[in-house]
Each structure stands twice: as structure tokens, then as C-alpha cells.
Ligand binder design. Sequence first.
Ligand code: PLP
Length: 436
Amino acid sequence: MTLAELLPSTGCSTEPVLEDGLWPDGTRLAGQDLVIGGLPATQLAARFGTPCQVLDERTVRARARAFRTALPDAEVVFAGKSLPCPEVYRWMAQEGLSLDVSSAGELALARAAGFPARRIVMHGNVKTAEDLKAALEYGVSRIVVDSFDEITQLGALATHGQEVMIRVTPGVDAHTHAKIATGVEDQKFGFSLASGAALEAILRVVEQPSLKLVGLHCHIGSQVKHVASYEEAVRRMVGLIASCGTRIGQLDLGGGFCAPYLRGDPDFDLAGFAHRVQGALNYECALHRVPPPRLLVEPGRSIVANAGVTLYRVCAVKESARTFVAVDGGMSDNPRPSLYGAKYAVRLVGRGGKPKPVTVVGRHCEAGDVLAEDVLLPRDVHAGDLLAVPATGAYHHALASNYNQVCRPPVIAVRDGVARPIVRRETEEDLLRRYV
Ligand SMILES: *Cc1c(COP(=O)(O)O)cnc(C)c1O
């Protein structure tokens, strides 16, 4: 069935109801306007321009807190790559979370935020010598090693008991998109459990006098919906812990908890996760007679995705076999649809109207620069209209580019009726600064 056929039963994006779960907490309609963090979207667009990424601080903090409440004995580590921004890192520090970084650049942002080094973990399948040196210099508490080359290199650079975790590929299929399924065999991340490489990595780290093995890590993918995938990861990881003959104090299960993007998408069952994963850990550890390691989780998307809304201005409407609605942003601020077919809801803000299905496209010189297909907008949608796209808080600012030398949008934090830029809009001066 096409969306148009479903139209009578699903209602339309311009009717005065908001899709459950997609928008920041407390988002509401006021007439046809959309109020986010206590501020009308039309006002935010007028004041800060478009495209513009709006981030609700209360939602971010509430999600961070929810992880800590659900898993009081675990270490909750924010995946810094999902929304790299010193101000957001500060919120995480204040909420008692740790932070993971995957490069010297992300670490520089953490330093700028004054993030405590003892709560920073460094990741990445490639860490250059510069990344490792920056990590050692700042004194990040743990480095997650991902290759034999890295173990040797880090062993030589570190001087005294640098704490290390080992990234393991447990062979769990989390039933997600191939480009974000990081737990299965045959891929670039981690040491394979099945091949014995993980066990070999444990031995190599233990042999390095300058390194101290404190934990094992796995990250089975992104947009993972099923708690069962994590239970399976726990089973396999505890099996490895039991067979390696070394005391392992920490088990990091990574992130990947799903966030809703479209009407009807499930929210991640955090309470179920906490209960079942802790249960599986206790059970498997008792079975194998090993002391239960401390659990770590690394949520990124599930904390920030639904706290973000992107505002675009319609610049042109073109009728052909379908209706193309072209906006002032596109793949430079949201490459996810072209990267892995991500889908988004879109709402017209400021007025209503009888709906029809349209394709929202960006301004870039690629036919694949499509933001959303088959979304319902008023049939008289025209240049000047304001569009809002929810669930754009994670991997948007992070993945933004300057393609076509388009300046990247700002990130505007909103809270209780107050708005402030936490990333300013890029200018042509910024662009020109790099050219020699
Ligand atoms: C990306 C990543 C995460 C966070 O993933 P989300 O899908 O944003 O929760 C956590 N850990 C590692 C190692 C990652 O690479």
C-alpha cells in the first residue's frame, strides 16, 4: 500500500496532533505553530535563520538521567560522536555520565568542556599516533584497543599502567542495517571472538608491562530494537571472560539503543534492557563461576536524537511525476538518507491545509540528495513555508559537511523559553580560513 492510499487511516502531518515520541519532551502545538523548549518554531527560524538545528536541553538531560536511574550500578558513557559539542558534553558531565571519544578532535572538545579525564574512554578502529598521544597526555582513563598493531603501538607509547579495554566482535547479529551492524563477523571493528583473535588480544595486552587490562568491550550495532541481542552478547562475552583466565573487572556493552524516527517506531525498552541484561550477566557469571564485572553502556542516539528538531525553509516547489519540495539544507546537514536510507517525518509549521504526498529534497548537486520521500504536506506547499524535521539530534551536526561550500547550520539550545546558540552558524569567513 502506498502512503496516499493509507491517507484516510493515518491522518496527515498537518493535522493538529504530534506524533508520539518523535519530538522533544514538552513539544506542543499552539495553533499551527510548534512550541519547542517553550519557544515557537516560527520565532526560532526568524531569529536564528534556517536551516537551523534546535536542541532541547531538558530532553537531553532527562534521557541521560533515565539511563543512570535504570542502571544505577553501571557506568553510563555518552557516545560523544553522536553530538560533538562542548556544551552538550558539559551537560553530560553534570548528569554524572562518562564520555567516549574516538579521535584527538573529539578529545579536544572534551577538554574544552573540562570533562574529567577519569571519566573519558577512547575508541576507534584506527587511532593515529596523534590520537593516542593526546589520550595519554590528557590521561583518559581507558583506551579501547581495536587491533594488534594498536596494542604494540600503545604499549610502546604508554609509560605506566594505562588502563585498556579490548573491543571484541561477538558475532551477534543485531538485525539492523548492514552499514551500522558492528557486532557481526567479517567487518573492520574489533577482535573476532569466534576466530580466537579476541583471546589472543587479551594475552598480548597482558604481556605489555605498560598496559593494564581492565575490561572487554563490544558494540553490536546501531538502532538495535531487541534486548535479546544484548542478552546474547552478554552470554558470549561472559563465556570469553571465563575462558581467558584473567580477571576482567568491566564489561562494556556499547550503545546502539534504538530511537524512533517515524510515527509508530518503537522506543527502546530501557527498563526491560536493564532488567534482562543485569539478569543475564548475573546468571552467566554464576554459571561460569566468575565474579560479575561492572557493566558499562554507551548510549548516543537514544539520548540526543529525539531532543533535536531541524528547521528548513522551502525554497522551491517543482511538479513532475511527483511533487518535489526543495529546502535550504540537505545532505550537507543530513547525509543519513543518502548514506543508509534513513527515513524522516516532516511537518509544515505555521499553517495547515489539505495534505498530499511530496518528496522533500535538498539543495545539493546530487540526485540522491533527498531528505524524505512520500511525506504529507499541505497541497499548496510553497516557497517560504517552514518545515520541521524531528529526531535530528544525533548524527546530524556530527555528520554535517560543507558540500557545495554551503555553511553548516547552528545548533540552538532551548530550555524553558530561552534560546542560545551552542554551535554558531558557519560563515564564508570560516570557509575561506582554510584555503591558501
Ligand atoms: C557509535 C558508538 C556508540 C553509540 O551508538 P548509538 O547508536 O548512538 O547509541 C557507542 N559505542 C561505540 C563504540 C560506538 O562506536
